[in-house]
Design a binder for this molecule. Sequence first.
Ligand code: NI
Length: 226
Amino acid sequence: MLLHIDSVLTAEEAAACRAALERAEWVDGRVTAGYQSARAKHNLQLAEDHPLARDLSGRIVSVLERNPLFMSAALPLHVFPPLFNRYEGGQSFGVHVDNAIRQVAGTGHRIRTDLSATLFFTNPEDYDGGELLIEDTYGTQSVKLPAGHMVLYPSTSLHQVKPVTRGARLSSFFWIQSMVRGDAQRTLLFDLDMAIQRLSAEMPDHPTAVQLTGVYHNLIRMWAEI
Ligand code: NI
């Protein structure tokens, strides 16, 4: 499932992040790429131990922990500390698949990448190109979202970032290890949760809502690994 999550950050928060990032020193993006993706990757990144990266990354994770849509769709077990990238002057990232396992810098902690996320800091009208193209079951999806919005997609997907031919595209990218490894199971749980919420809103106290909530939790019990 590919999901747009609107307004993870407000427009003002996203603009503040963008302003801080524009003043930072950037390094070659290949520092965190695997062998194959290093050949396709042409962009800039903020070093993982950069104080600004740590500050913004902590803020993003705490905002996400309070975002009901994110929690329901990702069912996160671990969130990889968000990283930051910048594309400009024709930079792009060719078709690749993200590494299955990632080690959190400076720790022995490893996560399995079940979901990939990109949080946009630059509004689409401020740059040309830079679309994130994600291949999913229904064909290729082109994603270019307003500042503060985020896309969440299965890490099993082939994806690429088209060349940025005007302006600069700043964003945050990271991975989530979900309690529920399979995309099909996560999608089903998300759809069920959304349906229960709609039912509860439209018909409060309907006894079926309790029954369906029981089914939801029993599926989590069956599928979750913690
Ligand atoms: Ni990628």
